[in-house]
Structure formats: C-alpha cells, structure tokens
Design a protein around this ligand. Structure first.
Ligand SMILES: Cc1cc2nc3c(=O)[nH]c(=O)nc-3n(C[C@H](O)[C@H](O)[C@H](O)COP(=O)(O)OP(=O)(O)OC[C@H]3O[C@@H](n4cnc5c(N)ncnc54)[C@H](O)[C@@H]3O)c2cc1C
Length: 445
C-alpha cells in the first residue's frame, strides 16, 4: 500500500499533522497502537506557562526569545514564534469546525484553570465548558462557588478542593460550598467503585429523563451560586451540549473540571480530531503497531506493522509521533534510553544518577523529561549521525523540552505536527509541479 504521508502515532501531534495533510488532499494514513496522552489530559492546550528557569510566563508568544536563550535546542526555538502561532491558531479554527470551541483570553495572557485539588494551572486555550480564571484576579466576578460531586464517585473530592481554594487570598471574600448529588438509578448501578468512573456516569446522563432528574437534585443541593463546578462527567462528543442543556434546566452557570483518567475533556478532543480526519478521507489504523522499516539511501522507504506483517506500507514522507515513555515512543533501559522502532539518535543521556532530581516535587525539571530524539531544524531525525530526509518527528518523542515543568505539552505537539505537515505539503506540491513540467517537456519533444 502506497501513501503520500504515513503518520506513526495517534496523539495530538500525529493527528494534527494527519489532518493538515488530509486537508491539503494528500493520501494519508495514521497508525495508532493505543490510547494517547489525551486520555489523561485536562483537555486544555498549554503553550508555555514557565520558562526552563522556573520563571512564570504570562504572555506565552512574547516569551519565545527568552525561551530560546535559555534552551536553544527547544522545539519552539527551532520553529520560531510565527510558525507556532500559526499552528495554534489553525488548531483552534479546525477544532471549532469540529464543534469544539477552544478560547484564549482577549488580552493574550495565559488564564488559569482549577484542578480537582483546588489548585490552579496556567494554560492558553480551554474548552467552552471550562471556566477561565483570569490571571489579574482569579475570583473575578464570583461571590459564591459550589463544588459538587456525585455520591460514590471517587475521582473528585470537593472538600479537599474547597479547603485549598479557601486558603487563597483571592478567594477570601468568596463563599465556597460543597455538595453531593446522587445519580438517578444509583442504587441499581454496580457497587464496585472501579466501575463508577466518569465515562460510566456520562452514559447515564446521556438519557434526558435522567438528566432532568439530576438537574432537580442539583438545584436542591446547591441553592444559589455564581458558578457550579462539576467533575467532567458529560459525554465524549456531546458533553458541551449536555452541559448547555443542564444550564438551561437549572439556571446555573456550570463548568467542568478534569478528573482522574479517563479524562472526558481530553477524550473529547481526540474523538473530534479522529472523526474530522476520517471525514477528510484519511485512513486510520487503530490497534496496530509499527515494528520497523527499511531505510535506503538516507530515506525511509517502507514500514512494517504487527497486524500487516508481510504487507509493507510505503510513502513519500513519514512522521513519527509515538510520544514519550508514557506511550512507549521512548523506552528506558538501566543505562540508556532508546527509540524502539528505528533506533533513532537520542540526546546523550547523562549518568543514570543524573536522570532525575533528588526531590520528586522539585521546581526544577527532572532531566529524564527532556530526553528524547534529537533532530535538525526541519525536525528530521538521524541514525548513527545520518539524517533521514523523508522522516520527521513531532510531539513528546522530541528531546530538549519538559511539557510538565514548562506547561507546553499540547502546544509543542500541535505546532511541531503542523510544521511537519506544512513541509510535507510543500515537498509534495514541488514534486507534482516537477512531474508536470517533465511530462510537458516530453510531450513537446
Ligand atoms: C498525564 C498527562 C497529563 C497531561 N496534561 C496536559 C494538559 O492538561 N495540557 C497540555 O497541553 N498537555 C498535557 N500533557 C502533555 C501532552 O498531553 C502531551 O505532551 C501530548 O499529548 C503528547 O502528544 P503526542 O501526540 O506527542 O504523544 P501521545 O499522546 O503520547 O501519543 C502517542 C501515540 O503513539 C502511539 N504509538 C506509540 N508507539 C507506537 C507504535 N510503535 N506504532 C504505532 N503507534 C504507536 C501511542 O499509542 C499513541 O497513540 C499531559 C501529559 C500527560 C502524560
């Protein structure tokens, strides 16, 4: 099977590249072995919240020069401010076309989202059902908040969140209450707490009769509040619509808060991207795994997968976006780190004793977080020092950045995925023009 572009990995980096390629009319295939990191994410898009030095960033796109100075090999330093901004704006527009509305603050500052612990994390884009707490005054416009959970639900403990919120000076004058609501038909549901997760609750609340009953209980439990905060327990694709309906039934302003995995807010992004990609005509091979490939004359010619052992897949261009250790895009042995599919060159790891900070909750990055595949400025990797010109890397497999400490995870994944797609599209257009000119010349002779 022959494609224009083959993308290895179905996370936000791989899917961003695949969608952009498919939009440009390229015959594209995505091979995704398993769940992506989106199933664990807040569903907000972090661009840059902290510099590597630990200094907080308020305006992410204005901080690129400082970032490049501190971390010259950082993926953002390779792409530059303009290309990253273009990629993030493209992503926002593309998701809007899919019905997922992501927005930033009008003043171009990061905003804060509240976590299930009642702490705040800075981010760039949040979904329409997530309350954006502005940096200048976290509690702006709020005199009362209600933190609500469901009876028997273990993944959000509102009292803990309320205690932490109450400690913040910005919330000194805000009334914070907690409440527990019983899910309709709770008595008939399985009593094993492992089976009472956000995704199970979302299935119950998709039924409108049960949503109406839930709305009544919510009104009784909360009374009055400027903002009602609920864990993300509303459907994958239709979550935002369900919340709108619930707001209409209760008269409350309701916001969602990401929970322990499975995170419905993250899954919502993945589902929307996958379905958009398929509508564009892209091929998605899920549950398959790329095992290796043939490299000839500095180019990757074909790859082999677990399910299509003897049928090689070939393409003009390839992207590897298999994620970090978490998604098995990188693997660690006792004294070295590997990229398991092709054995791509890695950033030289220091001695094992220097892979991590002595304190787990250190403000400094754990060095292993910045390990990964090393690339040139076009994001081409190499093997034993030889560049592979038609293979690109994007997302968490890349070295030289720490998505957790910097708060840059989805931002790097989207911008590198998009940047690679733009290069593939240009190369493809160039080769088509070349072929056309050659055939015109032949015809003229
Ligand atoms: C717990 C957690 C929470 C996070 N929260 C946030 C957040 O709130 N906001 C934010 O901006 N960022 C967040 N991040 C960071 C961000 O989610 C990641 O940096 C980003 O999603 C990485 O995307 P990716 O596409 O590079 O990799 P992944 O999402 O890891 O996807 C890799 C894909 O490759 C597939 N794969 C691996 N090996 C193979 C193979 N051999 N063949 C085929 N497929 C393969 C995997 O199955 C997976 O589908 C979080 C990360 C984690 C781990």
């Amino acid at each position: 099977m022959k494609f224009d572009s083959i993308i290895i990995g179905g996370g936000v980096a791989g899917l961003s590249c695949a969608i952009r390629c498919a939009e440009a009319g390229l015959k594209t295939a995505v091979i995704a072995a398993g769940q992506s990191a989106l199933h664990f994410s807040s569903g907000s898009i972090d661009v840059l919240s902290n510099l590597p030095s630990g200094q907080a960033v308020s305006h992410p796109f204005d901080a690129f020069d400082a970032l490049a100075e501190q971390s010259p090999h950082h993926p953002y330093a390779k792409l530059g401010n303009k290309a990253c901004r273009e990629a993030i704006d493209w992503y926002q527009g593309m998701m809007e076309d899919c019905g997922v509305y992501l927005s930033a603050q009008a003043d171009e500052q990061n905003h804060y989202r509240v976590t299930p612990m009642g702490t705040f994390r800075s981010t760039w884009l949040s979904q329409q059902t997530v309350h954006q707490f502005p940096a200048h005054q976290l509690s702006d416009g709020l005199a009362s908040i209600a933190l609500v959970t469901l009876d028997g639900f273990r993944d959000f403990q509102p009292q803990l969140a309320a205690d932490n919120l109450a400690r913040l000076p910005a919330f000194a004058d805000v009334s914070i209450k907690t409440a527990t609501v019983q899910l309709p038909d709770f008595d008939e549901m399985p009593r094993n707490p492992c089976e009472f997760r956000s995704i199970d609750i979302s299935r119950v609340l998709r039924d409108e009769t049960k949503l109406h009953a839930f709305a009544k209980r919510l009104i009784q439990a909360v009374g009055k509040a400027d903002l009602v905060v609920l864990p993300a327990i509303f459907g994958n694709g239709d979550g935002a619509a369900t919340i709108k309906l619930l707001e209409g039934l209760t008269g409350f302003k309701i916001c969602e808060l990401p929970t322990m995995p499975p995170s419905l807010l993250g899954i919502r992004l993945e589902e929307a991207m996958k379905s958009h990609y398929k509508k564009l005509g892209g091929l998605l091979l899920t549950g398959d795994e790329v095992k290796g490939g043939d490299i000839e004359n500095g180019k990757l010619c074909r790859i082999y997968t677990r399910n299509h052992e003897d049928i090689a897949l070939s393409a003009e261009h390839f992207l590897i976006a298999t994620g970090s250790f978490f998604s098995k895009g990188l693997s660690a042995e006792r004294h070295q780190i590997n990229e398991p599919i092709f054995g791509l060159d890695m950033v030289e790891p220091a001695h094992r004793d220097h892979w991590y900070q002595p304190q787990f909750f250190s403000k400094q990055s754990h060095p292993f977080m910045k390990m990964g595949v090393t690339c040139n400025t076009d994001l081409n990797p190499s093997i034993a020092g030889s560049t592979i010109s038609n293979l690109f890397c994007a997302g968490a497999i890349l070295a030289h950045y720490d998505p957790v400490q910097e708060g840059s995870g989805s931002g790097v994944a989207i911008s590198t995925g998009y940047y690679v797609a733009q290069q593939i599209i240009r190369a493809q257009q160039h080769s088509t023009e070349h072929e056309t000119t050659a055939s015109e010349l032949t015809a003229a002779l």
